[in-house]
Design a protein around this ligand. Structure first.
Ligand code: HEM
Length: 526
């Protein structure tokens, strides 16, 4: 039995759906097929004829069934649901889906691991993606977050290197696991800014008990803009109503062997059984004038805003209440993008976010193969799309009229830009000044304070798990200098932690220069 909650997005998808129940086979041209077992041959035992268009069509389509997997976050599971607002944020943002308490917005959520391929195990030690597409009345809004509140790097220019280091090695495509290998730890040991994220990654947070039991974070600071143009920085949080739970490493390894689909199955079955997963959706709000009140930079994605300093205000509930009908059509073809925003929400100048704004459409052009991927049903906005873009591979919309350009004095069916008074998106007008430079802000250089905070916040058993994770991971590293460099980084966080790990992996705790002048990756920057 399917537990379905209808919403506008599901209605829209229904018009693209098709059931084969009690139907007869046809070709793609709609021709009935009365023999699906034998190809057309010259005589009973003769060769197959090229003329057999039924065989050719079937095999040709099969030959092209696969599309490239996502370059990261390839392994994922998704579900439909709804976001219900409980508290108006109209004081802070003009986003309509955040203004009226009680308002419901359809969503599709995709959870993922980052490093493994599409067929890899669910229980790898890894970050989990937590991507939400809100189908709002003002267009699609995507919150493309993770289950950890910080990230490995501060600048998008390092992302391909990070991913090349964490992905299986290029010569032998090993290992599939997220982190246990030389290249990953080499990169990390040379990248002190990643050490806060490494504390999260080595903690129990990196092996959730269930996708229903993990938090979600927008990670970057974004901006809310209200009707008067007033700006607040905002950090987004999803908090699972079931609480945050993890499995221990030993359990994870056993479960991975017995059922690599453990998380996927758990999510699917919970929804099928009507046990709908729920999250509180919350925000941390910081008035624009308080931007520089912290001892870290709000634009630095390796930092959290401590909840003791800025409490999370819960503003609504995210509920997943319906499984997809077709994994490929929905979960695989969905295209999230942190650049899909709506009026009342804007980007900050976080240099990681700024790079992401380029990456997603670019990669999706190659993954989905056509500039018309917004027309795939799961990606369609609830609003009808009107613009002068035209043609391209696989165009679905049949736009009537003679013209497709603007300005335009003859009409001919082309859509025209709206008046400012009619709404639409206007970028927040921000004063920016400075020299064009390729360097990191000095406000981004404290890599250890929050890593320390995180480590100290862990209970004794959690700290032990974290130590054991580091020992396990680093014991797989074959190059002693890498182990040593990483232990040197740990010493800046906690000397006892560094010592315990060092003893077990057979290296000394050597003193590195603080903060990081001795490290090649940073040597010419500070
Ligand atoms: C997926 C790039 C940082 C969360 C992806 C994809 C790319 C990408 C190319 C595949 C998209 C697709 O094929 O549809 C980048 C770059 C980053 C970056 C260049 C940094 C410069 C981040 C960060 C987060 C994040 C900081 C979390 C806040 C995700 C998620 C997905 C994803 C959740 C999977 C979306 C889905 O389920 O389809 N990223 N990413 N990424 N990224 Fe990032």
């Amino acid at each position: 039995m399917k537990n379905e909650k209808q919403n506008k997005k599901l209605d829209q998808l229904e018009s693209h759906s098709n059931s084969n129940e009690n139907e007869k086979l046809t070709t793609n041209q709609g021709l009935k097929i009365n023999n699906n077992q034998d190809s057309l041959k010259a005589g009973d035992r003769g060769p197959t004829l090229l003329e057999d268009f039924i065989l050719r069509e079937k095999i040709t389509h099969f030959d092209h069934e696969r599309i490239p997997e996502r370059v990261v976050h390839a392994r994922g599971s998704g579900a439909h649901g709804v976001f219900k607002l409980s508290k108006s944020l109209a004081r802070y943002t003009k986003a309509k889906f955040l203004s009226e308490p009680g308002k419901e917005t359809p969503v599709f959520v995709r959870f993922s691991t980052v490093a493994g391929s599409r067929g890899s195990t669910d229980l790898a030690r890894d970050v989990r993606g937590f991507a939400v597409k809100f189908y709002t009345e003002e267009g699609n809004y995507d919150l493309v977050g993770n289950n950890m509140p910080v990230f490995f790097i501060q600048d998008a220019i390092k992302f391909p290197d990070l991913i090349h280091a964490v992905k299986p090695e290029p010569d032998n495509e090993m290992p599939q696991a997220a982190s246990a290998h030389d290249t990953f730890w080499d990169f990390i040991s040379l990248m002190p800014e990643s050490i806060h994220m490494i504390m999260w990654l080595m903690s129990d947070r990196a092996i959730p008990r269930s996708l229903r039991m993990m938090e979600g974070f927008g990670v970057h600071s974004f901006k809310f803009i209200n009707e008067e143009g007033k700006v607040h920085f905002v950090k987004f949080h999803f908090k699972p109503k079931l609480g945050v739970h993890s499995v221990a490493w030993d359990e994870a390894q056993k479960i991975s062997g017995a059922d690599p689909d453990f998380h996927r199955r758990d999510l699917w079955e919970a929804i099928e059984n009507g046990d709908f997963p729920e999250w509180d959706f919350g925000v941390q709000l910081i008035p624009e004038e308080d931007e520089h009140q912290f001892d870290f930079d709000l634009l630095d994605p390796t930092k959290i805003v401590p909840e003791e300093e800025v409490p999370v205000q819960i503003i609504g509930t995210l509920t997943l209440n319906r499984n997809p009908d077709n994994f490929f059509a929905e979960t695989e073809q969905i295209a999230f993008h942190p650049g899909h925003i709506i009026p009342g929400i804007d980007f900050s100048n976080d240099p990681l976010l700024q790079g992401r704004l380029f990456s997603y459409t670019d990669t999706q052009l190659s993954r989905l193969g056509s500039p018309n991927f917004h027309e795939i049903p799961i990606n369609r906005s609830l609003n009808t799309v009107h613009n002068n873009q035209r043609d391209g591979h696989m165009r679905q919309q049949i736009v009537k009229g003679k013209t497709s350009y603007e300005p335009n004095s003859i009409g001919g069916g082309c859509p025209f830009q709206a008046m400012m008074s009619e709404g639409g998106f206007t970028s927040h007008q921000e004063r920016v000044s400075g020299e064009k430079v390729r360097k990191r802000s000095r406000s981004f250089v404290d890599h250890y304070s929050q890593a320390k905070l995180f480590y100290n916040s862990q209970s004794a058993p959690e700290q032990r798990h974290l130590q054991n994770a580091l020992i396990f991971e680093l014991s797989k590293v074959t190059i002693p200098e890498i182990r040593e460099r990483l232990v040197g980084q740990l010493a800046f966080i906690n000397k006892d932690l560094a010592k315990k790990v060092a003893v077990k992996i057979g290296v000394q705790v050597k003193k590195l220069k603080y903060p990081n002048q001795s490290l090649p990756a940073d040597s010419n920057k500070e």
